[in-house]
Ligand binder design. Structure first.
Ligand SMILES: C[S@@+](CC[C@H](N)C(=O)[O-])C[C@H]1O[C@@H](n2cnc3c(N)ncnc32)[C@H](O)[C@@H]1O
Length: 210
């Protein structure tokens, strides 16, 4: 997918596109000061990061009202999703400089009022329930589910871009976790898949890894 194709594929109003352009400029500038994303990936930022995040929206109901993103880093996918979905967002990121970047970026994207940005390890975030949980490049699936289960209900939609190892990661957790798990193709990388799940629960007696 080319950069133009990725940008065109975003089905967003002109104002949102302009805000995303400003965000990309800020990301590019700030990436010289802190290591937010790999330099080569900036060459294809619309495909590798923006549209890669935006494609998750096709799995999320429009009426979902709360969304938790774990380990948001430079904003992917949580902050980009916030620019395109009306839910209240909670982005959790453990590194201070990244959180400062996220706070400024939320202003640039016009989503600051409904986006909580927490400088915290997810382990320290108080209990809550979210309609959507997402995480990209955050942790292996078993650890991710273990850390995020306390923020879920049986209605929570989980959207977890998992790259090329999605199926093997899913196979590996089947004995410890139950739920309606499915694998969806990534639109930005033909080898990658997204795990979409509902009704995720640890199996009775399933081993804990943390
Ligand atoms: C590999 S980066 C991925 C960032 C972003 N999700 C992406 O896909 O571009 C993982 C991020 O998770 C953050 N992180 C790691 N462990 C964390 C934890 N326990 N709680 C919150 N954030 C964490 C790191 O600081 C880092 O920014």
């Amino acid at each position: 997918m080319t950069e133009d194709q990725a940008r065109d594929a975003l089905d967003v109003p002109r104002e949102t596109l302009a805000r995303l352009d400003s965000f990309v400029r800020y990301l590019t500038e700030e990436n010289d000061r802190q290591n937010l994303v790999s330099r080569p990936s900036l060459e294809s930022v619309w495909a590798r990061h923006i549209y890669d995040s935006a494609q998750l929206l096709r799995f999320v109901p429009e009426q979902a009202n709360t969304w938790l993103d774990l380990g948001t880093g430079a904003g992917f996918p949580g902050l980009i999703a916030a620019a395109m979905h009306p839910a209240n967002f909670t982005l959790v990121e453990a590194r201070r400089l990244r959180v400062e970047f996220l706070i400024r970026s939320a202003e640039i994207l016009g989503v600051a009022e409904r986006t909580d940005i927490l400088l915290s390890k997810i382990e320290a975030v108080p209990l809550g329930a979210f309609a959507v949980i997402s995480a990209r490049a955050f942790a292996p699936l078993d650890k991710l589910l273990g850390l995020a289960e306390k923020f879920s209900t049986t209605d929570t939609v989980w959207v977890l871009p998992k790259g090329r190892n999605a199926k093997s990661e899913l196979d590996a957790i089947r004995s410890s976790w139950q739920g309606d798990f499915r694998l969806e193709p990534s639109l930005t990388d033909s080898d990658a898949q997204i795990i979409v799940a509902r009704e995720v629960r640890r199996k009775h007696g399933g081993k804990r890894t943390r």
